[in-house]
Design a protein around this ligand. Structure first.
Ligand code: UT7
Length: 400
């Protein structure tokens, strides 16, 4: 028998109703790289499929890219930032250890009613974040979430290591998730970690038990710089990619062949080709854009999703699969039934409307202040001088 205060909630579903991306303007080609590391365009293209990557300028960061992608997702979903309940930023290149980059994004976009945290699962981070947000929505705890994958990998690359620096790029992608009673949205997600193989890929930092502060190194690896055993990660990736897709399809209650489009982590074309062979799928089932962006870690799947949708590769009702793999070593796979853009309409009274207007004005002001802050700082000393001058004149008057 039900307890007197027990409420029966209808089943909820977590739908993707908005999406957006942002990449730095600056492009670095394979030929640009060959000017400072011993490599060639031919080698990089043949071994990876990458032709160029985007690199953040001094004024761009994981926060600015993540915020731009999040704002684009909100615009696509026609939803005001103040209605977002939760922001998850998957990243391996956060602005700081804390505060979380997600909190900085929350402030930047004016999501004044949201909780925010960063998620560390390397290149699988976006799919991990998608599952965390979807679970929160399905439980009825929240209505709306932003899941962001944002990276400035260029800041953690050892630019003298040709085994890694040729692979990565910067960028961000975001999705807006909303609760609905309509079936669909995120149907399944499988998250896995093989920590016993953690040593194959990482960015050492200050918490390590092996940190040698005198040499700025951990087990011979440079502090704050990425290292990778490419061949080991390659073997891991080809093993888990097809396994992940099959498991996520079964969990979603569909056959792998029902999937319309697979959006894999954009690490290496050879990994994707191997997975297609293992699954017996045509290569065209896998969406790739790594030729233009390289490996953008947690940002790679949402970046590819945004471009795939723009190119008309995903339609309402389609089953789309995501598969991420990377540091941890982690992997994560998910199947989503595509909903399309536009948030579920919410009833908002006049008071709520006023709140939204206020929040929007406050966040615009904050953005202006941040953008022109350095200019204001330059003006302030002038104000100080005027104040000092006035004080001196007052003193002179007093003496008189
Ligand atoms: O996002 C996280 C997930 N990461 C991945 O999935 C990355 C997985 N790994 C890979 O994609 C590949 O292992 C790499 C692209 C990193 C390397 O490709 P590979 O086919 O495994 O090359 P390799 O490391 O076996 O090196 C082959 C040769 C070596 O020369 P020798 O020893 O045969 O003379 C390397 O020194 O290629 C050489 N090499 C290069 N040559 C020109 C390695 N890097 C380069 C380079 N340019 N950039």
């Amino acid at each position: 028998m039900a307890e007197p205060n027990e409420t029966h909630k209808p089943p909820y579903y977590a739908h993707i109703v908005g999406w957006g991306m942002a990449v730095p303007e600056k492009v670095m080609t394979n030929n640009d790289l060959s000017a400072f590391v011993e490599t060639t365009d031919e080698w990089i293209t043949a071994r990876t499929g990458i032709r160029q990557r985007h690199i953040a300028s001094d004024s761009e960061s994981t926060m600015t890219l993540g915020a731009a992608a999040a704002l684009a997702a909100l615009q696509m979903g026609s939803l005001h930032a103040s209605l977002v309940d939760l922001i998850i930023c998957a990243t391996s290149t956060p602005e700081c250890v804390f505060p979380a980059t997600a909190s900085l994004i929350q402030s930047e976009i004016g999501a004044d009613n949201a909780g925010a945290f960063d998620l560390s699962a390397a290149c699988s981070g976006f799919v991990y974040g998608l599952q965390m947000a979807a679970q929160s929505i399905r439980s009825g705890a929240i209505d709306t979430a932003l899941v962001i994958g944002a990276e400035t990998m260029s800041r953690v690359l050892d630019w003298s290591d040709r085994g890694t620096c040729i692979l990565f790029g910067d960028g961000a992608g975001a999705v807006l998730l909303q609760r609905s009673e309509q079936p669909g949205g995120v149907l399944s997600a499988i998250l896995r970690s093989e920590g016993k193989n953690a040593k194959h890929l990482g960015i050492p930092t200050f918490g390590s038990q092996d940190l040698d502060l005198h040499h700025d190194a951990i087990n011979g690896h440079k502090l704050g710089k990425m290292y990778m055993d490419g061949q080991e990660v390659f073997k891991f990736a080809t093993r888990v990619l097809s396994e992940g897709i099959k498991k996520a399809a079964i969990d979603a209650g569909i056959k792998p062949s029902d999937i319309k489009l697979i959006i894999p982590h954009q690490a290496n074309l050879r990994i994707i080709d191997a997975a297609a062979r293992q699954l017996g799928f045509d290569k065209s089932m896998f969406y790739t854009n790594l030729d233009r962006y390289g490996n953008t870690s947690a940002a790679s799947i949402p970046l590819a999703l945004v471009e795939a949708e723009k190119e008309g590769r995903i339609k309402k009702g389609d089953y789309v699969a995501f598969i991420g793999f990377g540091g941890g070593l982690t992997w994560a796979a998910s199947v989503v039934q595509w909903t399309g853009a536009g948030a579920v309409p919410r009833r908002t009274g006049p008071l709520k409307q006023l709140e939204l207007l206020q929040a929007s004005a406050a966040s615009s002001l904050r953005r202006i202040r941040r953008r022109y802050g350095s200019l204001l700082n330059r003006i302030r000393p002038e104000e100080g001088r005027i104040e000092r001058l006035k004080r001196r004149m007052d003193q002179v008057e007093e003496l008189d």
